[in-house]
Design a protein around this ligand. Sequence first.
Ligand SMILES: N[C@@H](CCC(=O)N[C@@H](CS)C(=O)NCC(=O)O)C(=O)O
Length: 216
Amino acid sequence: MTITLGYWDIRAKGEACRYLLRYSGVDWTDRRIEMTEEGYKSWYSEKLELGLDLPNLPYLIDGDIKITQSVAICRYLGRKFGLVPGDDEKDIVKNEMIEQEAVDLRAAFQEILKKDQFEEKKPAYFENLEKKLEILDKYIGDGPFVLGEKLTYVDFMLYEFVSQIRKLTAERVDKAENLARFLQIFQELPQLQDYFNSEKLAAEVPINPSFSAFPG
Ligand SMILES: N[C@@H](CCC(=O)N[C@@H](CS)C(=O)NCC(=O)O)C(=O)O
């Protein structure tokens, strides 16, 4: 039985889930819905027919397991592929805090994406971002990953959301040296090389919708 991940044809909240599936090497269906009139029609006509308890995108169907909420999908895939912390409570807490910090980073980024507000909101966003990244950088430490040598689903989320922001402001992200090193090391994971080196990622997959102030 093949796992299906459905999401718009952008990175936004779906890409970290896609990395987890690619990393694991399982067979899966990368269901992408174009953000066109046709695509919207197709999604809204099937949205309530997929058996999802809280219908939304992204969704993941793995046999009788049907999930929405991107963080719940990442957690599920983390458990499924052994990409979760062990029993150490300090590790679990650090992982969960950084999971939510990554979600906050994405939310703050998303907050400035409306075309008519982008320029006005950018300065305050950057100021806050610099502070957030400085603190996160210290907490991450030497890594190489969030929990040292142990890779978990949170690394996939953190990588994705920080590298999305890096597209907008590389200089601010690169000032956070531990984070910048983390991005580099994650990007070198052998299981993701085919994808990271593919032209599809480089040329075709926008971070945000084309109607936003920063498709990326
Ligand atoms: N908290 C949810 C947010 C889901 C959400 O807002 N999905 C947006 C795209 S990022 C959407 O277009 N959903 C389709 C719909 O509402 O039908 C998550 O993280 O998955």
